[in-house]
Write a protein that binds this ligand. Structure first.
Ligand code: GLN
Length: 475
């Protein structure tokens, strides 16, 4: 039996029955990681993983989970963490030269929660530098390859987190999503990724990109696993004032009578014909099971990309100001303080990060603030209202994740605008603070294609319940 093929649920059962130990499971994953040429991990935390696995085995032997609690589903199960989330005592680089040797001084809240469950942390995964990108190619440490076709990208920015799960290098992983970074790589790699409602999961200990947009979420082998991880990491945290007291209530909504909205603006020019066909096929399958398909209109999403590419860089320019060569990571010598700043930032940040800082700083400067940042905030309200109106009529929205399947490595790196276009179906979800899931529903040749299911605020339960019905229909 290949232990790396098991889902969380299956691995949990196996551990409980004593079919194998957490150390066996962990070693199987570490072996896979060692053999891999995908560049999905930036660092492997082997010692930590093995000691956590031993602790988990001891807990199973005693019949109790970590810290004397009942054995949790994640106890002894190996996972991978996007390298923008702090794990105490381990490197956290955000895939940037400026943080190349930075050691996290504390655990992010999500990590604390996973550790309390007895999770095993295999390592930190590759990403676009500071989570800025859609292909994974903006990493200062090289792109992640797509496990389905190594000449193609894994999708970004959580490239390594998606590739690791897809290739059996981790049972599940955590990613973060500011404008699509969980959903897009999940779609490209054929795994299931959930971007939770803004506020459902604490952002404490996530290196900030766009603070009003960022959310941490799970990437998993199937819908059930995504739900298990989401339940484990969500909830109010006193260290993040934007987190909410949120209790996930399991729901069992079937497709019968479900009102599914399909936005007409999402099926226009620019979408790959095969992607459209696969998306429409899965909508049809839901209809055949009794769902009601309702065409909806989200007129303001036409401006979502423009709006996102103002707001996200504005917030990024403020958030990244702290990386000045003094407080964190790389510090270059200079003749005076300004020189230290210029050299450290100049050498430490990559081209895309610099581009975003410049756009953000420009759009926030006096004289331009009203024309760009304030306008973008107004458009953001309109987008929110479009969704609010749609959810008066429908339960969930079905649409594509990306207009194209995984692109070739290098195909769009010279043209940032064409790269940004891949985010066309994902950014509006973050602007509106909504939950969205990507699940694999088909393939073009070897390349997986995901379906995006968007719900109203805090309706992850509805999304996950319906997604698991769809998953059953497809298998
Ligand atoms: N691709 C988008 C960007 O480059 C989204 C990134 C993300 O969600 N972190 O900003």
């Amino acid at each position: 039996m290949d232990l790396t093929e098991l889902t969380i649920k299956q691995a949990h059962e196996g551990l409980k029955k004593g079919d194998f130990t957490s150390v066996d499971l962990t070693k199987a994953y570490l072996e896979k990681i060692k053999k891999s040429d995908l560049n999905s991990f930036l660092s492997v935390t082997e010692d930590l993983a093995l000691s956590q696995a031993e602790e988990a085995d001891a807990a199973f032997a005693k019949g109790y989970g970590a810290q004397g609690k009942k054995i949790g589903m994640l106890c002894g199960i190996p996972c991978a963490i996007k390298d923008a989330i702090l794990v105490e005592g381990q490197k956290c680089t955000a895939a940037s030269k400026i943080l190349e040797n930075y050691i996290a001084p504390y655990d992010a809240t999500v990590i604390k929660k996973l550790k309390e469950q007895g999770a095993v942390i295999l390592g930190k995964t590759n990403l676009d530098e500071f989570a800025m990108g859609g292909s994974g190619e903006n990493s200062a440490f090289g792109p992640t390859k797509n496990p389905h076709d190594k000449t193609r990208v894994a999708g970004g920015s959580s490239s390594g987190s998606a590739a690791a799960v897809a290739s059996g290098e981790a049972c599940y992983s955590l990613g973060s999503d500011t404008g699509g970074s969980i959903r897009l790589p999940s779609s490209f790699c054929g795994v299931t990724g959930l971007k939770p409602t803004y506020g459902a999961v604490s952002r404490y200990g996530l290196i900030a990109f766009g603070s009003s947009l960022d959310q941490i979420g799970p990437i998993a082998k199937n819908v059930e696993d995504a739900e298990i991880v989401f339940k484990a990491i969500s909830g109010k945290d006193k260290m993040d004032a934007t987190s909410t007291d949120y209790k996930f209530e399991e729901s069992n909504i079937s497709l019968k009578g479900l009102k599914i909205g399909v936005p007409k603006e999402y099926f226009v020019e620019g979408i790959d014909k095969e992607v459209e066909k696969i998306t429409r096929n899965s909508i049809k399958k839901a209809e055949n099971q009794g769902a009601k398909i309702i065409e909806i209109s989200l007129p303001s999403v036409e401006f979502a990309l423009a709006c996102y590419y103002i707001i996200a860089p504005c917030e990024a320019s403020a958030n990244l100001a702290r990386f000045d060569g003094i407080k964190y990571g790389l510090s270059e010598k200079g003749k005076d303080l300004l020189d230290v700043y210029l050299k450290s930032k100049g050498h430490g940040f990559g081209a895309e990060v610099k581009r975003r800082i410049m756009i953000g700083t420009y759009a926030l400067s006096s004289g331009y603030y009203d024309a760009y940042y304030k306008k973008a905030q107004e458009v953001r309200q309109l987008i929110k209202q479009d969704f609010a109106k749609a959810f008066e009529k429908v339960d969930l929205i079905f649409c594509p994740v990306s207009p194209v399947p995984a692109i070739k490595i290098g195909e769009r790196t010279g043209d940032p605008l064409s790269m940004y276009l891949m985010d066309i179906y994902t950014v509006s979800v973050n602007l509106a603070g909504l939950p969205g899931l990507s699940m694999p529903v088909g393939k073009i040749g070897d390349l997986p294609v995901g379906l995006q299911i968007i719900g109203n605020h805090f309706q992850e339960n509805k999304i996950l319940s319906v997604a698991s019905y769809i998953e059953k229909l497809l298998t």
